[in-house]
Ligand binder design. Sequence first.
Ligand code: PNS
Length: 161
Amino acid sequence: MTTVVYPGSFDPITCGHLDIIKRASKQFDKVIVAVLNNSSKKPMFSAEERVKLIEKSIADLPNCSAERFDGLLVDFARQKNASAVVKGLRAITDFEYEFQMALLNKKMEPEIETIFMVTNANYSYISSSIVKEIASLGGDFCDLVPAEIYEDVKLKIKEGR
Ligand code: PNS
């Protein structure tokens, strides 16, 4: 059985993230979406809220689950018996940072591979930061996040005002 971990901040999950999760779920037996809790970034949603939003979005994908993690990604992946980390690449600008992380993760845990999946061109311009910016400025972001979480994002923006 091949288990992979798909890590990120997911603040919040976007259609681009969901596309990678769906595609990974067809390639691997089990996909664990790993939500980083100890980021230096100040998130809009708490780690628990981000996990809940992902769970709502992946409810129809029986071999996918979401959980938060603290500390090193390779430690979490090892704990879960995952053989690989899946990352999405949106553009060449993502590559340098992702390549650095992949090499460092490989150095720390040679048994865990990093597998890059190219983002669907329809979603290559979407990021969680862009979603938050458009939503907080009152723009239409319904095509940018999974339909299941659209109202949650709207509500969070309203609460923050
Ligand atoms: O969505 P993001 O913020 O680009 O995701 C970054 C993430 C969570 C994948 C990365 O920061 C990470 O793996 N953090 C965990 C800490 C860790 O293992 N750091 C060393 C990686 S070289």
